[in-house]
Ligand binder design. Structure first.
Ligand code: AMP
Ligand code: ZN
Length: 119
């Protein structure tokens, strides 16, 4: 069922505390933790606790939860002090775009110059 934990999902395991992560913020509906392979000095992932495969599924199935994730991305940027210098919020969607974990997550990247367009 939409939103239910998936046994084979890495990020559901992080939500359940079965896989360790460096959690920097948690709300009733979201968790934010440091990316294990950071691509910028500040690289935090924000995920909904409920399982949705990608950002589009999340927005279609649980719009308030999608809003929660976006609000938390902004809060992380503030906590990481990258608002003034600028930061990027990225939802890789589909294997062809680099998505490797099929549990919706926002990458919040900052602390260095960010090229546009991204690669
Ligand atoms: P994506 O490639 O967009 O699906 O993003 C998945 C991200 O999860 C990658 O940037 C990985 O480095 C990150 N990642 C994978 N395993 C872990 C983990 N155990 N803890 C934190 N981040 C992880
Ligand atoms: Zn999941």
């Amino acid at each position: 069922m939409a939103g239910e934990p998936q046994a084979d999902c890495l990020f559901c395991k992080i939500v359940a505390g079965e896989v360790p992560a460096t959690v920097v913020r948690e709300t009733e509906t979201t968790v934010a933790f440091r990316d294990i392979n950071p691509q910028a000095p500040s690289h935090v992932l924000v995920i909904p606790k409920a399982h949705y495969a990608d950002a589009a599924d999340l927005a279609a199935g649980a719009p308030q939860l999608a809003a929660d994730v976006l609000r938390e991305a902004g809060q992380i940027a503030a906590d990481e002090k990258v608002v003034e210098s600028g930061y990027r919020v990225v939802f890789n969607t589909g294997a062809g775009a680099g998505q490797t974990v099929f549990h919706a997550h926002a990458h919040v990247l900052g602390g260095r110059g960010l090229q546009w367009p991204p690669g």
